[in-house]
Design a protein around this ligand. Sequence first.
Ligand SMILES: Cc1cc2nc3c(=O)[nH]c(=O)nc-3n(C[C@H](O)[C@H](O)[C@H](O)COP(=O)(O)OP(=O)(O)OC[C@H]3O[C@@H](n4cnc5c(N)ncnc54)[C@H](O)[C@@H]3O)c2cc1C
Length: 248
Amino acid sequence: MTARVTTSSAVVTSRVVLSDHLVRLTLQAPDLVSTGIPDEWLSLTVPGQFQTRYYTIRSLHDHELTLDVVIHESGLVTQWAQTDCVGDEVTISAPKGSYAPPDDAAWVVLVGDLTALPAIARIVEHEQRPVSAYVEAPADTHSYPDLGEVTWLPADPDTSRLAEHVAGLTWPEGAGYFWMAGESAQMRGVRRWSRGRFDHAHMDAMGYWSGARGRQTRRVDPGPIYAKGKALGKTDEEIWADYDEANK
Ligand SMILES: Cc1cc2nc3c(=O)[nH]c(=O)nc-3n(C[C@H](O)[C@H](O)[C@H](O)COP(=O)(O)OP(=O)(O)OC[C@H]3O[C@@H](n4cnc5c(N)ncnc54)[C@H](O)[C@@H]3O)c2cc1C
């Protein structure tokens, strides 16, 4: 039996600024195999870091992987995506997906913020049932490429209001499937609202990021140590030994 490959390498081949809030990265990912689940995601580790972040597979064709990265105030991946990262080698995990409408679902409602836009775009492409999609995103992202029909919800730069929007939606009749992703506190609000309206099989609400959580602090930032080590021609093992030494 061959062991399942859980991580692999990918190389960034292009970087396109889609808007002030979104950067599209194309990567050559020779060992990545899609699950076929339209909201599938993978973990991404960018150069000089060991912490991972999750990103949706916007598309994967002939080993060419597309990821859309939200540009926000400050964070490991968002900062890296704003650099000239073409040629960078990253580590990615095997993908996983969650989208699973039950057989009796006659319609689909999708709701999300900008981080959910890649998944919503892909689900809209894939879904045969009638879909209503609502996305809370700034106006400069409304020209997102290859997007089916979505309704844009106004985006407040300081706070997400997805839970409020959901409570105000008009819902189709009969059994359907409600998929949602965005800021974690909003997802908790939606789960509270949904009790008695949707059972577990007919709904999936995922927290994609947390507004309450600051960037995890580390005593020593590995980024500069990695950059210095590379500049000196050190191997990754030697660089991580330097990092461990700095952390003592
Ligand atoms: C299954 C799944 C799929 C996802 N798919 C995508 C995707 O396709 N594209 C995408 O861009 N993101 C996606 N995300 C969300 C992404 O993983 C997080 O936003 C992640 O925290 C970004 O990492 P970072 O290194 O830029 O910021 P971090 O270092 O994680 O966070 C730094 C600070 O920024 C804040 N922050 C994090 N994300 C945001 C945000 N979006 N807006 C405002 N503040 C933020 C945090 O609260 C923290 O205070 C997905 C998450 C999950 C779980």
